[in-house]
Design a protein around this ligand. Sequence first.
Ligand code: HPA
Length: 243
Amino acid sequence: MLGLIGGTGLNRLQGLVIDEQRKLSTQYGSPSGAVHLGQRDGQKIAFLPRHGHGHRIPPHAINYRANLFALKLVGVTHIIGVAAVGGIGAHMAPGELVLPDDIIDYTWGRQHTYSLGAQDPLRHIEFAPPYDAGLREALQHSAKRQNIKMMPSAVHGVTQGPRLETAAEVRRMGRDGCDIVGMTGMPEAALARELDIPYACLAVVVNWAAGVGAGDSIHAEIEKFVDIGMDKALRVIQDLQLS
Ligand code: HPA
């Protein structure tokens, strides 16, 4: 079963025939909302909106540990985290779909591990590369079948939010090698790895990052591009063939 974590612009999954809504509480607390179990075009899906059903939990306040653990409890075998991001690299224009292959984590103060200390076996998970190769390949095949352009690699910089970045911060991220910037990619990806669940991020560029674009306000851009981008992401996910 595919676990799908929706981000900004993907709070509900159209076309999902819901069989069951599971309200779970985990030893790490409550996930962002009930996990919707259902089917979309014959594919079994467990859907969880990262920011909650209808209400907006800000990126730094999301209980990532509970979200990932809840998806594990319902039995997902793979997870795709859909994320709205800002574009830093010249090719990362609003409306583009991106399949990042690496991460720089700028977040702080988040509950970012299941290794809690003495009572848990300490695991130094390998995180290079941070995303699952097989799942990324399946997403690439699906995009090709659907004739949807998707950037095959990018470095995903993850900031703390909820404020957007300054132009100088974005310039620094560009020098660091970041191509896109979002606020929710971490610790989500690392927690999935700790739980041994193959995870990939499908990023939708919804704006030029601060100081990069020609001057449209970021929020105006997001409004303009979020639906187009999310629609493409869903078409890629819909045709995904998991091995
Ligand atoms: N910065 C950080 N997170 C984002 C952005 C951005 O420009 N756009 C969408 N999520």
